[in-house]
Design a protein around this ligand. Sequence first.
Ligand SMILES: [Ca+2]
Ligand SMILES: [Ca+2]
Length: 163
Amino acid sequence: MPALRPKVILAIVFLCFFSLGMGPKPKPQPADTTPPQVSITAPANNSTVSGSVNIQATATDNVGVAKVEFYVDNSLKSTDTTSPYAYSWDTTTATNASHALKAIAYDAKNNSKQAQINVTVNNAVLPADPELAISSTSASGSNASHPASATADKNTSTYWQGN
Ligand SMILES: [Ca+2]
Ligand SMILES: [Ca+2]
């Protein structure tokens, strides 16, 4: 019976080597030649936008997405390395016209794919007439000092307190 002991010890040592990764090694992974998939989920294609717009893209890859680049009219605006992929675009910096939004996704092997949409920027153009600005200021000034509006505010306040 004591003769079995070395065999048991050998078996344990063998198992330990396997669990430490000394066993047969897995075959090396083939090179990643598959580009990511990418699409722009917001804003909608051919939509009209204004103010600050959150451009959102989804990207997937057979191995992993390394980054997504955001372009406005072929000019790189932002690079996002983490999901969710997004860029907050201040459309007031763009002309009131049609613009191309592009997202390019890359994997670690620099395979890339792009998605593109078009949007129309339409921001309100502020009046340049100084007379309009002056009359707007005096109108709000007379409203603030108007006794009737002060009474109305007080009544409203009492009404809500009563409830
Ligand atoms: Ca890939
Ligand atoms: Ca992100």
